[in-house]
Design a protein around this ligand. Structure first.
Ligand code: DGT
Ligand code: CA
Ligand code: CA
Ligand code: ZN
Length: 577
């Protein structure tokens, strides 16, 4: 068993112990050890062999033994026992917003709640409101949380899907006999969340490749296994399907299994209208099979320009592709810099210098530092004095390091207060090169009040861009109630930009509203909301959202040269004069 999987088990053990009400320090020790395993400098096996693992902070002697056992045998009796003794439904309850191990333990003791169904019926019968530490409001929130969880089902984030799919794809692609291979389905379309993984290979004889697939170490269970298709359940609980076809069939299968279903149906209708039939193996016209070597030729055969997977949702791509080649969608390499990034001045994990170095290493030409403002006390928001000190620190960094190829910008992620005013006085805001304005509090305002609040902020000439406009957390929390069209309209008038927050948990704005914002002439900026140097890589997911919205490089603010971006920021700032 490898380090990431062992880390996951240790985390689960910590949680299981918490659910039993064990000593908090003992529980914490498991979570700390899990974190330590994730950040291991060397190969886990080697560190077990030479014993150096026991010296890693967070891993004591007891946990060392457990890790060693898991690594060598993949089993651990104390883990199995914990799982046996805990009702399986109890862990599910942790997904309900607001329910932690302590509250779950209390619910179990008071009302014998051992799973989602118990929780729902207790809440519906009003039994939770009366419990000490709960109340009617919490009970209502629990009911809403259950509804949300049921609506998202077992989907996972795009980032998690990618992490799971990549090693399987690499393993399959390199099998002897494989001619072409591709990841298909919603992951190829870069959907916000992913139901299951779909892989496709072509080979003269796919059967041995399918045999190898079901035998991969990350496979926990084989659901189906035939000569051309197999389905497995990965250890993480995610399903993965693999199809094998002949190389002649590959373009048709690739198109079919990429979807979306709605896009496929429209394609098939199009083929029928031309007297042909289309399925996952072939396009067949009146004179027999129409050979296509790749997807572009398939689209061409149906009178269409190539449609990138991100646009295949039957939301206008056919009309566009009938008119001629589609505009070239933005790519991560088009980004020249980015703005919404945190450092250890507030709740980031890296120093200003480290963030600058990481941005430079990624080939960016500028980086905006935007730590939290003073109202965001939970996130180490900067007091006025600290904000001024950071402005000086950025100036100093620029004096020492900046050249015409790279510089830092002074920014802030300034809270939008409940009344729509900003968290710093104007003279402090004027010290920044730009201002990201975001909502981090009072999420439950009525829709009208929330809309008025955000519109007021967007109209403020000191606001350069709106951060994570809806506050949603994918698979965890809906956004707050807000009229986004009114916000987009306000931005169109004021000239403020709107962010695509590229954090894979957020992707906020979403592609549908990005499309609308672009149509209305609002500038779009892609920001990683990075809280560490590795967080900068999340830009890729924001680019995926921009692609799904049909954006080209020219549609995105942070694709311009450093010189132009500097001038554009100054111009935006001059609105306040
Ligand atoms: P997911 O897994 O829920 O995130 O979404 P997809 O799009 O990956 O859906 P999935 O895995 O059920 O199927 C993969 C692709 O196969 C899908 O995008 C289109 C195609 N497909 C599946 N079922 C049907 C169907 O009933 N009709 C058509 N036309 N295509 C289908
Ligand atoms: Ca899928
Ligand atoms: Ca599937
Ligand atoms: Zn934020």
């Amino acid at each position: 068993m490898d380090a990431p999987r062992i880390a996951k088990i240790l985390d689960e053990m910590g949680t299981l112990l918490e659910l039993r009400g064990e000593n908090p320090f003992r529980c914490r020790a498991y979570h700390n050890a899990a974190d330590a395993l994730r950040g291991l400098p060397d190969d886990l096996g080697a560190m077990i062999d030479d014993g150096s693992l026991a010296d890693v902070p967070g891993i004591g002697k007891t946990i060392f033994e457990k890790v060693a056992q898991l690594a060598t045998s993949g089993r651990l009796e104390s883990y199995d026992a914990l799982r046996r003794e805990t009702p399986p439904g109890l862990l599910d309850l942790l997904r309900v917003p607001g329910l932690g191990p302590k509250k779950i333990k209390a619910l179990r003791e008071a009302l014998a709640i051992e799973g989602m169904a118990d929780l729902r019926s207790a809440a519906e019968q009003g039994k939770i409101a009366g419990l000490k530490g709960f109340g009617a409001k919490t009970q209502q929130k629990i009911l809403e949380g259950i509804g949300f969880i049921e609506s998202v089902g077992d989907r996972i984030l795009q980032s998690d899907a990618q992490r799971l799919a990549r090693p399987i794809f690499e393993a399959i692609k390199s099998r002897p006999g494989v001619i072409r291979a591709e990841i298909c389905g919603s992951l190829r379309r870069r959907a916000e969340t992913i139901g299951d993984l779909d892989l496709l290979i072509s080979a003269d004889d796919p059967a041995p490749v399918l045999d190898a697939f079901v035998a991969l170490p990350m496979v926990a269970k084989v659901l189906a296994h035939g000569p051309t298709k197999a389905s497995v359940l990965l250890a993480e609980g995610v399903q993965c399907d693999l199809r094998g076809v002949s190389d002649e069939q590959f373009p048709f299968a690739l198109h079919y299994f990429t979807g979306s279903k709605a896009h496929n149906i429209a394609m098939r209708r199009r083929a029928l209208a031309r007297g042909a039939t289309l399925n996952e193996y072939a396009l067949t016209g009146p004179d027999g099979r129409v050979p296509c070597h790749d997807e572009a030729e398939l689209f061409q055969a149906l009178g269409l320009a190539y449609i990138p997977p991100e646009l295949r949702e039957d939301t206008g791509e056919f009309e566009a592709a009938e008119r001629g080649p589609l505009p070239k969608l933005i790519e991560t390499a088009d980004l020249t810099g980015t703005f919404h990034c945190h450092t250890d001045w507030s709740d980031g994990g890296a120093t200003l210098e480290e963030m600058a170095a990481a941005a430079r290493a990624l080939g960016l030409h500028y980086l905006g530092i935007a730590d939290h403002s003073r109202a965001a006390a939970y996130a180490g928001g900067l007091s006025i004095e600290r904000a001024r000190a950071q402005q000086e620190a950025v100036d100093l960094w620029n004096d020492r390091h900046a050249d015409d190829r790279f510089r830092l910008f002074k920014g802030t992620e300034c809270d939008i207060l409940p009344d729509g005013s900003l968290d710093y006085p104007d003279d402090v805001l004027d010290g920044f090169d730009y201002v990201v304005a975001s909502v981090h509090s009072s999420f439950t305002l009525p829709r009208d009040a929330m809309t008025a609040r955000i519109v007021r902020a967007v109209r403020n000439p000191r606001v350069t861009m709106l951060g994570h406009p809806t506050g949603r957390l994918l698979l965890a929390r809906d956004g707050y109630a807000v009229d986004l069209d009114a916000v987009i309209e306000a931005a169109a008038v004021s000239g403020a930009l709107i962010e695509i927050n590229a954090n894979p948990h957020r992707l906020d704005l979403d592609a549908t509203h990005v499309r609308r914002a672009r149509k209305r002439g609002v500038g779009i900026v892609i920001n990683p909301d990075a809280h560490s140097t590795t967080g900068l890589a999340d830009l890729e997911f924001g680019v995926n959202t921009a692609r799904r919205a049909g954006l080209t490089a020219a549609d995105v603010f942070n694709t311009a040269t450093l010189k132009r971006v500097t001038a554009a920021l100054a111009k935006l700032k001059s609105r306040a004069e």
